[in-house]
Design a protein around this ligand. Structure first.
Ligand SMILES: Nc1ncnc2c1ncn2[C@@H]1O[C@H](COP(=O)(O)OP(=O)(O)OP(=O)(O)O)[C@@H](O)[C@H]1O
Length: 365
């Protein structure tokens, strides 16, 4: 078996709150997702060495930073962990260059890589900002510098705690591609705390759902977001299908792009999409309706044939809501219906249906 990137099992009491969380991740970017007070920050603090838990272990790529059974507790300054917080926390009196190199100074000479600065500047698109001070940067630029500073300390792991929460949508959109490149091109595993389903669907390779101090589920992003049994849990993300897609053509007359996905072909607004481009798209359970016959006379562009594969428990107020999983082509779609619709359509496992998709979000432009 390959060594997991992250292997965490901790028990710790904080006042009335019991943290009892265990998960393993093979992912390059592991998102911790959960409601306020579920224990995400406490878990990040355990990984970073700010909390010394009563029992457990934290291993990053096989190396123990904490193992109470073996008496191992690496203090935080020896863990080589980079932090990026909601606010950039740059030094206001230092230039961007000095802020960036501040991270570099903590790397022992023997392992310092001089070429690293140029790589980080290119990766984050901040080369033109070097002489400025933080006061003259936008929120998104500050955050990119903060990420650069963390990277230049050559960490073994990057902890990002709600790094985009303080930014507006435009700044978020500007920074997301840089985080994707960081995930795909730099070999540093990332733990990413977020409340945003859109961020998690777009960035995470693995999702761990944190609920009341425990890990309710952990696994590949598409699998976890499509879990019908999680759909009603407090703190779970809204059930969605996350599909890989490729742009196969355009319908110029109507400004549409055609996408090939494992669930079938979809048409979406063309935007700035390019032929052959690879994307991730997300279809939320609440954006899908079902029909027993091929739909006619509807304004929805996308209708995919499938069969009912799983019918969840009745949830919501008075048990009025049901989540269903459909087999569509080689993928699953998740649908949220009223219990009444499930009964009136006599939906059962194996029944053929048409999924009418009202909206598709593109997670990777
Ligand atoms: N030092 C402490 N003493 C007592 N209780 C604590 C302590 N630190 C945290 N808690 C409690 O532990 C619980 C988890 O807090 P934590 O900050 O880890 O949650 P979170 O998921 O990060 O929340 P948020 O999304 O709001 O940041 C909360 O109920 C909090 O009040």
């Amino acid at each position: 078996m390959t060594t997991p990137v992250l292997d965490i099992a901790v028990r710790h009491r904080l006042g009335d709150f019991q943290l009892d969380a265990a998960f393993q991740s093979q992912g390059r970017l592991t998102a911790l997702f959960g409601t306020s007070g579920s224990g995400k920050t406490s878990l990040v603090n355990v990984i970073g060495g700010l909390i010394r838990p009563q029992a457990g272990h934290v291993r990053v790529e096989g190396e123990a930073l904490l193992d109470t059974a073996r008496g191992v507790f690496l203090p935080k300054h020896r863990r080589r962990i980079g932090y990026v917080f909601q606010e950039a926390r740059l030094f206001p009196h230092l230039t961007v260059r000095q802020n960036l190199l501040f991270g570099h100074w903590f790397v022992p000479h023997a392992v310092r890589k001089p070429a690293e600065l140029d790589k980080v500047l290119e990766l984050l698109g901040i080369g033109h900002l070097l002489k400025r001070r933080p006061g003259a940067l936008s929120g998104g630029e500050k955050q990119r510098v903060a990420i650069g500073r963390a990277l230049l300390a050559q960490p073994r792991l990057l902890l990002m705690d709600e790094p985009l929460a303080a930014l507006d949508e435009a700044r978020k959109a500007e920074i997301l591609p840089h985080i994707e490149r960081l995930r795909d091109e730099v070999g540093i595993p990332i733990v990413y705390v977020s409340h945003s389903l859109a961020e998690v669907a777009r960035l995470a390779t693995t999702v761990a759902i944190v609920d009341a101090g425990r890990i309710a589920a952990c696994g590949p992003t598409a699998e976890i977001l499509a879990r019908v049994d999680l759909a009603s849990r407090p703190g779970a993300p809204e059930a969605s299908a996350v599909l890989s897609a490729a742009v196969t053509g355009f319908d110029e007359a109507f400004g549409l792009a055609r996408l090939a996905t494992p669930a079938g072909e979809l048409a979406i607004a063309r935007g700035a999409l390019r032929l052959g481009q690879q994307l991730r798209v997300r279809i939320m359970a609440s954006d899908v309706m079902l029909s027993l016959a091929p739909p006619e006379g509807t304004s929805a562009l996308n209708a995919l044939p499938g069969t009912v594969a799983e019918i969840g428990e009745r949830t919501g107020e008075g048990g009025s809501t049901v989540h269903l999983r459909l087999d569509c082509g080689a993928a699953n779609l998740i649908v949220r219906l009223t219990a009444k619709s499930v009964a009136s359509l006599a939906l059962a496992i194996g029944k053929p249906v048409y999924a009418i998709i009202k909206s598709v979000s593109v997670e990777t432009p």
